[in-house]
Design a protein around this ligand. Structure first.
Ligand code: IMP
Length: 186
């Protein structure tokens, strides 16, 4: 599946364009995995995977990080349909110790930055030794909030369009697409 290639017929009604093909994503994720491995060698970091959107990214990334690390899964919800609600509901951190740990938040996409800002604040307050973030996608948008923390690793910067696939959904659908596509508005 190539970037800019034809959308498979099965999805052409819902997806207008292949923004990132699976081969391009795979190559970039492998390269980022090597960067993380070099940055955290011997530190046994915790990859804090933000479900549901980053489940495919995290699965591929983790397998490309060729040094010891742990995985923990949390949920963060700020969107209903394709609109941000302005509040972030985080679950899965209760009873988890991140004290003294090196934490890498693994996100699918940074849009307004609301989710990332809320998560980093929570994790820093839990006494982590370091907190960094990696995201598959970062949108070029004027809606980015000023309090958005810097994201150390961005796999792809994309235009301000609603995208689906490779974990990202529209109303829980289309997560399973092996590519990132631009949603065709009904
Ligand atoms: P933020 O808090 O506005 O940065 O949004 C982050 C969350 O919104 C992501 O983790 C996604 O779940 C969701 N989101 C934002 N933009 C998109 C998109 O284009 N497609 C699918 N989900 C999105």
């Amino acid at each position: 599946m190539e970037s800019g290639g034809e959308v498979p017929a099965a999805w052409a009604g819902q997806v207008g364009e292949v923004l990132l093909g699976s081969a391009e994503i795979g190559a970039r994720v492998t390269a980022l995995g090597a960067e993380l491995a070099a940055a955290y060698d011997g530190k046994n970091p915790v990859l804090l995977v933000v479900l549901k959107g980053s489940f495919i990214f995290a699965a591929d990334l983790s397998r490309a990080v060729d040094t010891a690390h742990e995985l923990h899964f949390i949920r963060a919800r700020s969107y209903v349909g394709d609109v941000s609600s302005g509040e972030v509901d985080v679950s899965g951190l209760d009873g988890v110790s991140l004290d003294g740990r090196h934490v890498v938040v693994v996100e699918d996409i940074v849009d307004t930055g609301l989710t990332m800002a809320a998560l980093m604040r929570r994790i820093e307050a839990m006494g982590a030794a370091s907190v960094e973030a990696i995201t598959l996608l970062q949108k070029e948008t004027v809606r980015r909030r000023p309090e958005t923390p810097p994201v150390r690793w961005v796999a792809f910067t994309i235009p301000d369009k609603f995208v689906v696939g490779y974990g990202l959904d529209f109303d829980q659908r289309l997560r399973h697409l092996p590519f990132v596509g631009v949603m065709r508005k009904p």
